[in-house]
Design a protein around this ligand. Structure first.
Ligand code: SF4
Ligand code: FES
Length: 361
């Protein structure tokens, strides 16, 4: 296949974060501050990304505001012509830091929402007072007119508040709401039994989003990521492996997706020691599941293979023990029974305590 250049890059600037969300997609082996790339190393990675063809840069974490050089990094990315999106919980942002980010040319903020009340949000985020601080910074973002997406990570414990979540997005002046049902990678995989929504919640969420999309046309746009396990077919994870985007971990490891390090047989290159273009086009980890030639049956003979590329590799590993298998979410997968069994068992431990994400040093 002809390999296209990536459109988007997610820069995990740090794994450090004041919150401890049990649905965190960061790996269970978190990197500490000492492993993180320096300002100059990140700036060089951004320059290489822009030269490679990347248009959008997502500054993420952990909590990217834990990096004191966040404004400097934003300015470096802007200087390369990248569109910059800051993915943040809002904790660690202040009016003064927003001044600096605006001066650096930040294009967009994606603010996470853990819950619609302080009680719920602080319990889910594992951080007392977090909700109130988030609401203050949300008001600042609105007053400044910085383009805002509200990212609501939804699961069993907050999906029933979806209507209020939508109201809050409108009140905050968000232009877009991501109703993102938890994907079970990283820390989230340890909390699957607690977080898995019910089928009833999933169906209700589809109705509520569809009705709100009509009602709020021109006011609020929606991105709805329904829970994978209730779908008939998987999503094209990352828009296809090695096709649309890449991630860089805090230490410079270049990944085809945020959970790729769970796949034990893959070797990953590092942007500190190899040019990004060489990694994207020639890196072994990027080529192993690229395109459709590698697909197993039943994907190989399936007319959806150019739509979903056989689904998510990390999910195939987690549910079928084989990253090269058809994603078991697919109803045609010979391992689909594993998903049905999870759904059957789902809820049995919904009320047990979360395994909160621990702190990265
Ligand atoms: Fe997608 Fe493979 Fe399922 Fe077809 S068989 S829908 S290509 S995962
Ligand atoms: Fe890794 Fe889907 S999260 S391929």
């Amino acid at each position: 296949m002809t390999v296209p250049p990536p459109i988007a890059m997610l820069a995990e600037l740090t794994h450090r974060c004041p919150l401890a969300c049990p649905y965190c997609s960061n790996p269970q082996d978190l990197l500490g501050r000492e492993a993180e790339m320096t300002t100059a190393e990140w700036a060089d990675a951004f320059r290489q990304a822009a030269e490679l063809g990347v248009l959008q840069l997502h500054l993420s974490g952990g909590e990217p505001a834990a990096r004191p050089d966040l404004a400097e990094l934003t300015a470096a990315a802007q200087g390369c012509g990248l569109y910059t999106n800051l993915i943040t919980s809002g904790i660690g942002l202040t009016p003064k830091r927003l001044d600096a980010l605006e001066a650096a040319g930040l294009d967009h903020i994606q603010l996470s929402l853990q819950g619609t009340t302080a009680e719920l949000a602080d319990w889910i985020g594992g951080y007392k007072g977090g909700f109130d601080r988030k609401m203050k910074i949300a008001a600042e973002i609105k007053a400044r007119g910085i383009p805002l997406t509200l990212n609501a990570v939804m699961h069993r414990h907050n999906l029933d508040d979806l209507e209020r979540t939508i109201e809050m997005a409108v009140e905050m002046g968000a232009r877009r709401l991501e109703v993102a049902c938890v994907q079970f990678h990283g820390w989230a995989s340890r909390n699957r039994a607690q977080l898995l929504p019910t089928r009833g919640q999933t169906e209700a969420a589809k109705r509520i989003v569809s009705e709100a999309e009509q009602r709020l046309r021109g006011v609020l746009a929606f991105d709805f990521v329904p829970p994978d396990y209730y779908a008939d077919y998987p999503k094209a994870c990352m828009g296809g492996w090695g096709t649309a985007g890449l991630n860089i971990a805090p230490d410079g490891t270049v990944l085809p997706c945020h959970a790729a390090q769970t796949i034990p047989h893959l070797d990953f290159d590092n942007v500190r020691s190899k040019p990004l273009a060489a990694i994207w086009y020639g890196g072994a980890a990027f080529n192993v599941y690229r395109g459709t030639d590698w697909l197993p049956q039943p994907c190989r003979s399936c007319d959806r293979k150019d739509t979903d590329f056989g689904g998510c590799r990390c999910q195939a590993l987690a549910l079928a023990g084989d990253a090269g298998a058809t994603d078991p979410v697919c109803r045609k997968s010979p391992r689909h029974q594993a998903v049905l069994e999870l759904l059957e068992a789902g809820g049995s431990r919904a009320d047990t305590a979360f395994v909160y994400r621990t702190a990265a040093g």
